[in-house]
Design a binder for this molecule. Structure first.
Ligand code: UDX
Length: 441
């Protein structure tokens, strides 16, 4: 009999996982405790912007014309327990308020609500990013005859659907051959396509996720540290990254210097990792992550200083600053710990008149920073600007016409915080183009 799958938590991770499981042919029941989310998903609407996700959802949500009908949603844990053979826990693990440690309350509450209803034989699979040691603790909360596995997510925002259906790797931390077999059945399609499967114990599976994100953060901060040296020495970090990237032990990916990493994962994951290592008495092993974090935060300040310098070096008071980009990365509406909004906010707090435009992040940005100015297009944002800051590398911004924008601004000065625009294009149209870690002309 075909396996039935449930997905607990319908944020980025859960909504995508649920739709992907239906796409792989399973009957799926998704659960969330927020009624509005369930209502939206049931109508085939996604509560965030993620390319391809709404289409995939509409392809499978029961009740939508022409759908496979394999995907439904509920708020009832008992229904979930009775329905599913394999239960994926995909709830959020944010940073705790005022601390570095991870907030496990959503995971704990999901396990607490599900466990009493579980049927014998059920497999609960954790996908959330958690501090190492959590799986062993959570396994002890499950009733006799059920078991736990840990299967860390592999998903970048903006590529969530593709990453879920065609991941680079599948990692399963298991305590039994049966759990491994069940997960091999769940992932039969990607495994048949050649996706590598790594079978581990619980702590290793949990660590894979935090180690991978720490490595990615390290790569970004490494190149940003090189940008600082280039700025001091008159070098060009973009050329440097290109050159070292040809060494295939290093590679070109994640070597784009700029205002650094943000979002709901990398910053909080490296902090939670340091906090957990401290609890385990292994904090020395991760002291370098503190440096990774400070290089990263420093680049936001460096962007503010670059803007100040471009405006003549004094106060921002009375200066008009246009900000292109609000989300932490393109192809997402996510503004969590967004470097772009952080920079915009700093300049605003120092008296600058900041106008922000972002293709998809406006509603979230307005909620988070209601006191900033907002415009409905890039052209409107730059009208009368004394300086333009390019802070999230949307394709729309690469396709802007520098001549058209040039006619609208007060001063033709653009600062590229993402090293993603074509310097020649802007300079040819009469702009002063500057980018982080690169010489001025
Ligand atoms: C990350 C991990 O990549 C993913 O594997 C994990 O599952 C979740 O966390 P995500 O948060 O979606 O994914 O974003 P990612 O693509 O990693 O980018 C993170 C940040 O780094 C963004 O702010 C991006 O702008 C920045 N970045 C990325 C750089 O500054 N330079 C780069 O070269 C690459």
């Amino acid at each position: 009999m075909a396996l039935k799958i449930t997905v607990i938590g319908t944020g980025y991770l859960g909504a995508t996982h649920a739709a992907a499981m239906a796409e792989l042919g399973f009957e799926v029941l998704g659960l969330d405790v927020v009624p509005e989310k369930i209502e939206m998903l049931t109508r085939g609407e996604v509560p965030m912007y993620e390319p391809g996700l709404e289409d995939l959802l509409r392809k499978h949500v029961a009740g939508i014309e022409g759908s496979s009908g394999r995907l439904r949603f509920t708020m009832d844990f008992k229904e979930v327990a009775e329905f599913g053979d394999v239960h994926f826990v995909c709830v959020n693990t944010p940073q705790r308020h005022g601390e570095y440690a991870c907030d496990m309350s959503y995971v704990d509450s999901a396990f607490g609500s599900l466990a009493p209803h579980l049927e014998p034989g059920a497999l609960v699979v954790g996908k959330s990013t958690v501090p190492v040691g959590s799986a062993a603790r959570l396994a002890a909360l499950l009733p006799e005859g059920t078991e736990l596995a840990w299967n860390p997510e592999f998903l970048r925002e903006g590529f969530a659907v593709n990453d879920t259906l065609h991941p680079d790797r599948i990692v399963v931390g298991v305590g039994s051959e049966r759990a491994e077999k069940l997960l091999r059945d769940v992932y039969a399609t990607p495994l048949a396509e050649g996706t590598p499967l790594v079978v581990t114990d619980f702590p290793t599976a949990e660590l894979v996720k935090t180690a991978a994100n720490s490595f990615l953060a390290t790569k970004i901060s490494f190149i940003n540290a090189m940008a600082e040296v280039c700025e001091a020495a008159g070098g060009d970090v973009a050329k440097l990254a290109e050159a070292i990237g040809y060494d295939d032990r290093i590679g070109h990916k994640f070597l784009r210097a700029g205002i650094g990493f943000g979002g709901g994962c990398l910053p909080k994951d490296i902090r939670a990792f340091m906090a957990r290592a401290g609890e385990l008495g292994a904090d020395q092993a991760l002291t370098f992550l503190r440096e990774i974090d400070s290089v990263n935060m420093r680049r936001r300040g460096a962007m503010v200083e670059m803007a100040r310098e471009a405006l003549g070096g004094g106060a921002f008071l009375g200066k008009r600053v246009a900000v292109l980009g609000a989300t932490f990365k393109p192809d997402s509406d996510d503004v969590r710990d967004s470097p772009a909004l952080n920079v915009a906010g700093q300049i605003h707090l120092q008296g600058g008149q900041v106008t922000v435009y972002d293709p998809k992040g406006m509603a979230n940005a307005r909620r988070l920073f209601p006191t900033l100015g907002y415009a409905d297009s890039a052209l409107d944002a730059v009208r009368g600007a004394d300086v333009v800051l390019h802070l999230t590398e949307w394709r729309e911004f690469r396709e802007l016409d520098p001549a058209e924008l040039g006619a609208a601004v007060s001063e033709r000065v653009i600062l590229d915080g993402r090293n993603a625009l074509d310097p020649a294009l802007w300079r040819d149209a009469g702009w002063t183009y500057r980018a982080m870690g690169r010489p001025s002309a």
